[in-house]
Design a protein around this ligand. Structure first.
Ligand SMILES: C[S@@+](CC[C@H](N)C(=O)[O-])C[C@H]1O[C@@H](n2cnc3c(N)ncnc32)[C@H](O)[C@@H]1O
Length: 230
């Protein structure tokens, strides 16, 4: 999978993208992530990417020109004839990201993520360039970078061969509309706090039953909406 991220703060994204699972996914060749500085696609010598909103109002708006030029250039270099590219705008107006949406997007070969800044992006980007709008929740961030990182991270975990154990995804919260069962690790006695005996029993069938029961119990208590399904 190839993910291109367009941002005015590539240096903010890079350390996270190079660390942990995302770094491993790239090393293993399962994921390629390319960061693009929006300013590299401006036409003026000041590399200006924003302007005042028509009609007045607070703040600045990212102009359409560099965003269009960036997406067009990326599509050319990404050999898009061979791939179906989806252009995603990170925006509070988008569909809220959840595991189902992440699963769907993880099947794509190429995504271009546009990170907004300031008061947002010229509406013509949304109208003529963007295939899908995604939000990471009902709150306002200062820019789309964190949202792009959240989305990229959620996708990387789902790519075959990225996580160590092949079952890791299947057992995680939200797969099968359940939250995860409780997990414990050594020591078995921590400051007098124990571990459910069944987990120490070595009886894999019983452990499996206990985990399933716990997952249902926890989901009923914390997120009963998940049990009702989509
Ligand atoms: C300060 S926000 C702009 C908010 C905009 N004025 C509004 O009221 O919808 C700047 C940028 O951060 C990103 N952003 C903010 N909150 C987000 C969220 N919940 N999900 C995804 N992106 C978000 C978007 O790219 C947005 O263009």
């Amino acid at each position: 999978m190839l993910i291109d991220i367009i941002t005015i703060f590539p240096e903010v994204c890079k350390p996270y993208l190079d660390s942990s699972i995302l770094g491993i996914a790239q090393e293993k060749g399962k994921l390629e992530i390319r960061l693009h500085n929006l300013r590299d696609y401006t036409l003026d010598k000041h590399r200006k990417v924003d302007d005042r909103p028509f009609g007045g109002g607070p703040g600045m708006i990212l102009t359409a020109e560099p965003v269009f030029r960036a997406v067009e250039a990326i599509k050319r270099t990404a050999d898009s004839g061979q791939r179906t590219t989806k252009v995603i705008l990170l925006t509070p107006q988008g569909k809220t990201l959840n595991q189902k949406l992440a699963e769907k997007l993880s099947k794509r070969k190429h995504l271009i993520l546009i990170c907004g800044r300031y008061e947002g992006v010229d509406e013509r980007v949304r109208e003529s360039l963007v295939d899908e709008e995604i939000s990471i929740g009902d709150y306002i961030l200062s820019g789309g970078e964190l949202a792009a990182l959240v989305l990229t991270d959620s996708l990387a975990r789902l790519l075959p061969g990225v996580l160590g154990h092949k079952d890791s995804n299947v057992r995680e919260s939200f797969s099968n509309n359940l939250l995860e069962y409780p997990q414990y690790t050594r020591p078995a006695d921590f400051r007098g706090l124990g571990v459910p005996q069944v987990l120490l029993s070595g009886d894999h069938k019983k452990i499996e039953e206990w985990r399933k029961h716990q997952a249902v119990k926890i989901t009923k208590k914390k997120r009963p909406d998940l049990l009702r399904g989509p």
